[in-house]
Design a protein around this ligand. Sequence first.
Ligand code: LLP
Length: 414
Amino acid sequence: MAFARRDGELHAEQVPLSAIAREVGTPCYVYSRAALTARFRAWRDAPAAQPKLICYAVKANSNLAVLDLLARLGAGFDIVSGGELQRVLAAGGAASRVVFSGVGKTPQEMAEALAAGIRCFNVESAAELEVLEEVAAERRRPAPVALRVNPDVDPATHPYIATGLRAHKFGIELEGAFDLYRRAAASPHLRVVGLACHIGSQITDLAPFLAALDRLLDLHDRLVAAGIPLRHLDLGGGLGVRYRDETPPEPGDYVRAVSQRVGARPVELLFEPGRSVVAGAGVFLTRVLYLKRTAERNFAIVDGAMNDLLRPALYDAWMAVEAVSDAPREADRYDVVGPVCESGDFLARDRLLALAPGDLLAVRDAGAYGFSMSSNYNSRGRAAEVLVDGDRYHLVRRRETFADLVRGETRLPE
Ligand code: LLP
């Protein structure tokens, strides 16, 4: 266990979290190298009959040290912007292992990714395919493409993070995909290499993934019969994690089930996991500023807020919160809230905690969509990030200062 209680205190590997908070300050994110490594290996080393490539979804946690570590472990990367491509390259990742997802790629981003030599563009509309073809023609460099189809399956997750239903903006409708493949295959500027989907996030059951796969395989087989072979099938990301009492499948179970269904088809399997690689490998540390009792509720006002960790406010997500150090106090029920001026600014509600001002709290499973969704709202500098490695730790992003906040801004001329 990368995060475990020893001697009455929560540790990250060998390091007490209180020591990090003392030296780096709060709020801050703490990641475990051992946990990141173990979670990535669970994907990478999952046996499959086909070759496979794990393209970590950069949006879940895009800190350069995290990307560096994953690149060293052999990861590919799923990106959704030019900024993410530059992060991957800056962290030592190989462009040849990058797939580019997203419904709104700009011609500029396409040109940069093409020049870098990425593995594949996951194209999400006929209009995007046309623009990509123009960009590739201009640069005289054929673009490798997969169509991201919308398999119209219900992933049974939060509506904001479900993506594979017909009503969503994502992917190309299955019915139209075949004809679009024909067009792509006929273009001298496009190289058809794969077929992709992504049906949503925090999915805790294999059934929706396998329903989507069946639809992909059906289209794959029709394409092959029409003389359009595919080198890879990209199943997207979405495998859930345990925040509270969920029981998601292990990556190995998922990979095995996919591999079996794909059978003898000569394709490589691509997966784009984000959350399941990094969520459990991080905690968010925040300190109690004040305790406030009202007739209705008790509030623990902490120094971390919705700008630092948005998931509870945005999705009403439940994330475990615990006191970092044991204390002989009476427990009470608290809403854990931040200093931001919105009633939606909470990290947790109605939790039994034994607290005093100055206490340190850890929000668990905060490695995914934590820092990466943070903002400067209320002119709060973004939190520091720390990566623990055994009995040492590295500051992998320093806390933002006022100078960082106003960089790029100017006052009016005289
Ligand atoms: N591939 C594509 C095309 C995606 O859109 C996503 C996530 C992934 C892969 C990675 O999915 P994962 O394995 O992490 O589920 N902010 C939300 C999650 C948004 C997910 C967006 N797309 C949250 O905090 O729950």
